[in-house]
Structures are given as structure tokens and as C-alpha cells.
Design a protein around this ligand. Structure first.
Ligand code: ARG
Ligand code: ZN
Length: 850
């Protein structure tokens, strides 16, 4: 059933308080709820509920609702108008649910013997009958009964005794922020004093034995709490803050009020088991969920169409946090790489949708790169347009005006208008219109007048349901360099509002080179005529680190696209690399990014954008050939980098060390193309941490000599699910394209390939899907493998099945043979009897591109 933004109606009741009394048992948990309600309009009382609720009683003010006034359908409980008292009343329901049978991991379920919940977006309705919509907010009082030693819920602990605990959350919240946890857990604890003097007890709860891997998460939490006070003036508002790590979790983590629940991969880390990027992710996601306390919880969403109100803003905030904790330049480039790989890809395909969609079938299918990452980019543009001060004033007004409310994108834009006096009518299109604008730039140089005129055009291709794309406001940050590399005009932001628009720079002594879209000032693609030598100049001298990286990246991209179409490689690229490698003072993390070549999927996307049909095998060969060439040309200096970037002990996951390791491993990746895996073996043999192990292992697999390393890993880490997930991912991902499928099949046949664990499923199927040439094998075997597993997982966990459908979203790019195979695979999924609504929506949308 399709839901429409335009259909929003307020709920005709007021919810004053929610009381829950929950007795936990694996097969039959009993949930008693008491809702203090008040009528504010006509109509029956309709509550949401799932098929798994076994309803035992429904009473109003203590008396059973007469059967003729009560209707319990599949997903709604309705109490007729006439059975409802005027004014205030209490509705109490008792239901029984079966957490052990819950393999969808939505609502209340068991993960490794721990009771836990996931209620966003609409999971609470699987726990009891409720107005399960984000604009219905109430304080919660919760009693948990269980013989588990640790019983947690939202808010502050009130009282407890043997077998029970009571929690009270004074802050009104929607049901999607409810959580409970019950289990045999150990806390790694700390304290935090807020700037106004509130003492907060901090706990990271893990399974016994995992305590020594929870310290970094706790440290990250403290950093995030401090940062939100300094950067946004936001303080924490309860006496306790609990984080719980569970092994079975559909997403990364969840910001439940005062009780964040995390996928254990985003909590547990030690140098032996986690990589530098795992550490960076943990720090960022701990912060992300914490930041939700203000952007999401204190101010929440009116309805799920507004999801990017909280997610875009919270991603933007966690990106700012990471920039402050580590290198801002490196973080920006990493974010752009992910945005292009995931969001541009989404925007260019059948699943394109705006950051604020106006319709959906299943909201869980809209936790996307567009809502999250593009939602954050839109805020970055806003900030650039109104300036840092304007942004700060707007945010202060937002927190001031909307605290305690459930809001919309309109509310959000209005605070910017009111705080800065700017009209954001046109800007709003970034929220309502799908698609990535293409920005075309031409240059007119007038030597006599010393004037450079930049002529821009913007076009956005039609997306599903949106044929016309009016022009948007595009902030274009530009700087000008002289031909010897000096910056003659520092960054200036051009504000483009028309379909075609020109901007002039006067008083120039000679023709400059344009450094365009500095800092990636807008989520657009760029077409410009630029010579190789101008690009090389930017690679060597641009003062804006993003633009500098971008110049190198696009030089590499041009080469790869040409090579994939049969041309030879471009010597200008290797020459530019030589210059980069020779620069001694470069931040190693930045150097690692400069050494990175575009991924095969990005190359395919770029070819499609240029109107070509990508050939996955040719792309793979081209990329390998270019890496081999770069390694051959620069072996000596790459070896020097490997030696210089060998970090001293002890291991630290900080920016400096992880940057050095990433440069070292980028050099290793290149050199492994020409040494048959010798150096990778040496790195593996001496590796003292998981980062180097994974860097080396990837190259050993590529070189076909990883047996020993894999056997060691399996033996050493058989009991560690998170490390074994890496074992499942890296093999199909790094295998030669024609080896990936047999490797993936063999892994899928192992007894520890447990598809009830989302991490394990994603590890293997996602790892295989990351092998571009294997996924898009000409005979369709890659598509069939993915489809087979989506079909198997759909009845177990529809959310995971639906999310992983995006592996198949790029099929329209490829040749007719591959397209036919992909269509057949998708149609096979679509035809499945009993297919979940989640997956049905995804497959239908993906197939609609035919
Ligand atoms: N709000 C969570 C976060 O971004 C994500 C939870 C989404 N859950 C889901 N079932 N779609 O931090
Ligand atoms: Zn979030």
C-alpha cells in the first residue's frame, strides 16, 4: 500500500503518558500497556499492530471493551467512536509475543541470548498495539520483569529488585525511540559532567569476555558529548547514558533515548581484531547516535517522509565531528568518495528519489544514501550559502523553537529564513527533487580586458516520476591559479540559480587555471573542457585539498575510461603521480587517497554517464594494467613509502598512525601487482594489527597465495564473529573475477554461514557484490547467485533482503546480454510466492527501468 506525504493528518487523540509492564520470556513475553489518552477530535481510535501480537485483553478505564466495539484486523486495532469516553481515559492492552521467532529483527527479539529491540521505523507495533507514528510523543514509565541480571530501558532508573526493574523517561518521545535490553551483560563504565554540572553515568554494555574491546567506544562517547556542547551548545539531559552491543542487528546502530543499541561491529574493537577504518567508523557512529539526542529525539520527525530532517542533519554533524577529531581534508574526500559510490549511483538508477520522498510503500526501504548522505550535503550547501554565523543562528533558533516537537523540512528551512532573511523557496528543490545535476562549465578569456568569464549550465536528467527538473541553487566554490601554480584568486562562492549563468573575474594579469567546485561545494557532476596540463597543474598546486585530489582522480578516471575502451594508458598520469610521490611534506592519509584509483563500479558509472556501455571485464583489465604500470614506474619511491610509513609500537588508532598505515597499504597494493605477493607476505608475517593483516591479506588473495594466511585467521579467530565476517568478505571481494563465484559458493556452504546474522550475510553476499566484474559476469552467474540468496533470506529477514536488492540496481547500464540476465534474476525474485512487501517494492522499482 502506497503512503503519500500529502495525506498527512494529525492523530485525533492526545497521548499523555505510556506505561509498559513487560514480562520477558523467549517464547511468550507478556506486554501490558496503559495509555493515558485524551480525545481531541472525532473518529474511532485506531492503533497499529503487527500480525505477531496475540491479544489477551483490551480495556478502557478498567472495563473490557465490548466485542461489538472492537475490531482487530491484520494490522489495526479499532475501537468504535461510541465506546470511547469524552475527555481523558486509560486504554490498557495485554498481548503476548514470541521474541524467539522474530528473525526479522524488528520489534522485540533475541540476539545471542540477549533480549533487545529495534523499533525504528515501525517496529514498536510488533511489541504492542500503539499509535506507532513519530508525531505521537509521550513520557514512558516501564517495568521489566525477567531473571536476566541486567534490565535496561529508556530514561533514568527508578527502582529495581530481584527479577524486575523500573525505568522512567521524562522526555516525551515517539514509540520508535523505545528500547529495552535484558541479558547477561557487563558494563565498561565512565562518567561525564555536562557543562551545567549534570553528572551522567556512562555504560557500554557487552557480553562477558568482550569488556577489553569496549574502551574505545566509551572514549568516543565522551568526545562526542564534549563536542556537542562546544560546537552546538547541546547538553545531555538524563542521569545515565547506556550503549549496548548486540551481534544481530539490521543496521549500524539506533539512537533510542538514553539507551543506544549498536551492532557489535560498531562497538567492539582491539588492535588485533579491528582495522583503522573500523575504529574511525566506531568513533563516528557512536557520535552519530549520541548527536541524535538533540537532532532526532528532542526534535523529531512529524512523519517518515521527513526522515532526512534528523538523518541528514545528524550525518552532517557527525561529519563535522570527525573533521574536528581527524583531518578535515581527508574526511571530506572520503565522504565524497562514498557519496559518489552510493548516492550518485542511486540517483542515476531506477531507485532515484529525493531526500524527502513524497511516497513510499515500505519506509525501511528509504534509509538510503540519498536520505542520509545527500541529506547531509544539502545542509552543507545551506551552511555555505548563509555562512558560519548564519548557520549557528539558524541552529540556535531551531533548537529553541522546536524543542519537544515533531517537525518537517518546512520548519527546518523556515528557521534559516527567519535567522538569515534569505528566501529558500528555490533552495527547497534540493529536498523535493531527485537526481544529480550535471554542471557544465565553459571559459571565455579576454586577454585585453584581463577578464575570465565562466559560463555554467545545469541539467538534471529525469528520474522515476519526475520528468521535469527546474534549475536549483548551486553554490559553486571557485579559486583561480596562475600557470605557475600561485593562487591568484582565493575561494569565492558563485551562487548559480538559473539554468545558464555566467560569472566574470576581472583584473587578471594572465589566463588562470580554474579550481572548480572546491571542497565539493555541491553534490553535482562536472563537465568541463580542461587540458591534461591544466589538470596536472591542479594536481601539483591546488591549495584546496579536495580540488587537488579531484584533479588527480579525474585524470585517473579519464585514463581508465579510455583504457577500458581499448586505448593505451596516458603517460601524463604516471608523470603526475611521480610528482605527488616526490612531495615529502604531504599528509600520509592524503597521499593514500591520491594513490587510490577509482573503483571499477565508479568507472562503469562514469562510462554510462558519458553515454558508453561499460564492459566490466575490460574495466577490470584496464584498472589492473594501470596499477601495474604505476607500480613499475614508481617502484623505488613506493618501497620508500612502505618503509617510512611503518608505524612504531604501540598501535594507536589515531589519525596520524592510521594515515601512515593507509599510505603504506596503498603503496603495498600497487607493488603487489608486480611482485607476485612477496611484499604482502612479508607484511603479513610481521603484522601486529588487523589493519596490516587485512591490507596484506587482500593482496595475498589477489596474488593467489593466501591459503596459509586464511588458515591462520580461521584458526586464530574461529570464535570471533566480527573477524570471521572479514574472512567472509575479503575472499570473494579480492578474488580474481573468475574465481569469486566458486569462492563465494564454498563459503556459503560452510556451517558458520548463518543467514540469521545480518553481518554474516552482508559479509559474504556484499563482499561478492563488491567484486564488480564477478557480479556482472557476462553469463549472468553473478546475478543468479545474488538472486538465489535474496530469495533465501527474504522469508527470514525481509529488511536485509530488500536492502541488498540494491546490488542489482545498476543493471540498466550494461549491455543487452547482461541486462537480460539481470532482468530474469529480478523477475525470479518478483515471482516468489509470499515475497515480503519490502523486497517486492525494491524489485518492482528496480525492474521499472526496463
Ligand atoms: N536511526 C538509525 C540511525 O541512523 C537507523 C535505524 C534505521 N532502522 C531501520 N530499521 N530502518 O542511526
Ligand atoms: Zn541516524
Amino acid at each position: 500500500e502506497t503512503r503519500f506525504l500529502a495525506d498527512y493528518r494529525p492523530w485525533p487523540f492526545r497521548l499523555i503518558e505510556t506505561r509498559l509492564d513487560i514480562t520477558l520470556a523467549p517464547r511468550g513475553s507478556c506486554v501490558r500497556s496503559e495509555l493515558a489518552l485524551e480525545r481531541t477530535g472525532p473518529g474511532p481510535l485506531v492503533l497499529d499492530g503487527g500480525a505477531g501480537l496475540h491479544t489477551l485483553s483490551v480495556c478502557i478505564d478498567g472495563a473490557a471493551v465490548p466485542p461489538e466495539a472492537l475490531a482487530i484486523g491484520g494490522e489495526a486495532l479499532t475501537i468504535g467512536d461510541r465506546a470511547l469516553p469524552e475527555g481523558r481515559f486509560t486504554l490498557s492492552c495485554t498481548v503476548e509475543i514470541d521474541p524467539e521467532a522474530n528473525t526479522a529483527l524488528e520489534g522485540l527479539y533475541l540476539s545471542g541470548g540477549i533480549f533487545c529491540t529495534q523499533c525504528e521505523a515501525e517496529g514498536f507495533r510488533h511489541i504492542t498495539w500503539y499509535p506507532d507514528r513519530p508525531d505521537v510523543m509521550a513520557p514512558f514509565r516501564v517495568t521489566l520483569r525477567s531473571d536476566m541480571p541486567v534490565l535496561l530501558s529508556n530514561g533514568n532508573p527508578v527502582a529495581s529488585g530481584p527479577g524486575w526493574a523500573e525505568w522512567h523517561d521524562p522526555w516525551p518521545k515517539p514509540a520508535y525511540l523505545f528500547a529495552l535490553v535484558a541479558g547477561d551483560l557487563r558494563a565498561v563504565s565512565g562518567r561525564f559532567a555536562t557543562s551545567s554540572g549534570r553528572e551522567v553515568a556512562l555504560n557500554v554494555w557487552v557480553r562477558p569476555g568482550d569488556e577489553d574491546r569496549a574502551g574505545f567506544a566509551l572514549e568516543s562517547l565522551v568526545k562526542a558529548m564534549r563536542w556537542d556542547e562546544t560546537a552546538y551548545g547541546r547538553e545531555y539531559d538524563l542521569d545515565v547514558f547506556n550503549i549496548v552491543a548486540v551481534d544481530d542487528f539490521n543496521m549500524g546502530a539506533m539512537e533510542n533515548k538514553g539507551l543506544n543499541i549498536f551492532n557489535s561491529r560498531l562497538v567492539l574493537a582491539s588492535p588485533e581484531t579491528a582495522t583503522d577504518s573500523d575504529y574511525e567508523r566506531i568513533e563516528a557512529v557512536i557520535a552519530h547516535e549520541y548527536f541524535h539526542n538533540w537532532t532526532g529525539n528532542r526534535i523529531t520527525c512529524r512523519d517518515w517522509f521527513q526522515l532526512c530532517l534528523k538523518e541528514g542533519l545528524t550525518v552532517f554533524r557527525d561529519q563535522q565531528f570527525t573533521s574536528d577529531m581527524r583531518s578535515a581534508a581527508v574526511k571530506r574526500i572520503e565522504d565524497v568518495v562514498t557519496l559518489r559510490a552510493r548516492q550518485f549511483r542511486e540517483d542515476a538508477g531506477p531507485l532515484a528519489h529525493p531526500p524527502r520522498p513524497d511516497r513510499y510503500e515500505e519506509i525501511n526501504n528509504f534509509y538510503t544514501a540519498t536520505v542520509y548522505e545527500k541529506g547531509a550535503e544539502v545542509i552543507g550547501m545551506l551552511r555555505r550559502l548563509v555562512g558560519d554565523d548564519g548557520y549557528r543562528r539558524a541552529l540556535d533558533l531551531y533548537f529553541d523553537r522546536h524543542d519537544g516537537q515533531a517537525c518537517t523540512i518546512e520548519d527546518w528551512l523556515k528557521v534559516f529564513e527567519d535567522a538569515t532573511g534569505r528566501d529558500l523557496t528555490q533552495f527547497k528543490r534540493w529536498y523535493t527533487d531527485a537526481g544529480t545535476p550535471r554542471l557544465t562549465m565553459a571559459e571565455d578569456w579576454d586577454q585585453g580586458a584581463g577578464r575570465l568569464t565562466l559560463r555554467f549550465r545545469q541539467d538534471t536528467a529525469p528520474t522515476p516520476g519526475q520528468p521535469d527538473k527546474p534549475p536549483r541553487v548551486i553554490p559553486i566554490a571557485v579559486g583561480l591559479l596562475s600557470p605557475n601554480g600561485d593562487e591568484v584568486v582565493p575561494t569565492r562562492v558563485l551562487e548559480m540559480t538559473d539554468a545558464e549563468q555566467s560569472f566574470a573575474f576581472d583584473g587578471l594579469g594572465g589566463r588562470p587555471v580554474v579550481s572548480l567546485l572546491r571542497g565539493f561545494s555541491a553534490p553535482v557532476t562536472v563537465d568541463r573542457r580542461i587540458s591534461r596540463s591544466e589538470r596536472a597543474l591542479l594536481v601539483a598546486h591546488d591549495t584546496d585539498p579536495f580540488a587537488r585530489w579531484e584533479a588527480a582522480d579525474s585524470l585517473a578516471m579519464d585514463s581508465l575510461v579510455a583504457m577500458a575502451a581499448g586505448a593505451g594508458s596516458d603517460p601524463a598520469l604516471s608523470y603526475a603521480y611521480g610528482g605527488v610521490l616526490a612531495e615529502r611534506a604531504m599528509d600520509p592519509a592524503f597521499l593514500a587517497l591520491m594513490l587510490r584509483l577509482p573503483a571499477e563500479d565508479e568507472i562503469a558509472a562514469e562510462m554510462a554517464r558519458r553515454g558508453a556501455v561499460p564492459d566490466p571485464d575490460a574495466i577490470h583489465r584496464a584498472r589492473e594494467a594501470l596499477m601495474t604500470e604505476l607500480a613499475t614506474d614508481h617502484a623505488r619511491v613506493l618501497d620508500q613509502i612502505m618503509a617510512e610509513m611503518d608505524c612504531p609500537l604501540p598501535y594507536a588508532p589515531d589519525a596520524a598512525q592510521s594515515g601512515a598505515r593507509s599510505a603504506r597499504l596503498a603503496a603495498l597494493a600497487l607493488l603487489s601487482r608486480i611482485d607476485g605477493g612477496e611484499r604482502a607476505q612479508a607484511v603479513w608475517d610481521r603484522a601486529g594489527n588487523m589493519t596490516e593483516r587485512m591490507g596484506a591479506l587482500t593482496q595475498l588473495i589477489r596474488a593467489g597465495r593466501a591459503e596459509g594466511a586464511l588458515a591462520w585467521m580461521e584458526q586464530r579467530f574461529a570464535g570471533n564473529r566480527l573477524v570471521m565476517d572479514k574472512f567472509f568478505t575479503v575472499q570473494p571481494m579480492a578474488a580474481a573475477p573468475d574465481r569469486a563465484l566458486p569462492v563465494a559458493r564454498a563459503l556459503a556452504a560452510r556451517p558458520d554461514f548463518d543467514i540469521r546474522n545480518p553481518n554474516r550475510f552482508r559479509a559474504l553476499i556484499g563482499g561478492f557484490g563488491a567484486n564488480h566484474a564477478a557480479l556482472h559476469a557476462a553469463d549472468g552467474s553473478g546475478y543468479d547467485f545474488v538472486a538465489d540468496w535474496l530469495i533465501r533470506i527474504d522469508p527470514v529477514n525481509p529488511q536485509i533482503a530488500a536492502r541488498m536488492c540494491s546490488l542489482l540496481e545498476t543493471w540498466p547500464r550494461y549491455d543487452e546480454g547482461r541486462r537480460a540476465h539481470a532482468r530474469r534474476a529480478l523477475e525470479r525474485i518478483a515471482a516468489l510466492p509470499g515475497l515480503s512487501g519490502n523486497t517486492a517494492e525494491m524489485v518492482t522499482r528496480i525492474l521499472a527501468a526496463r
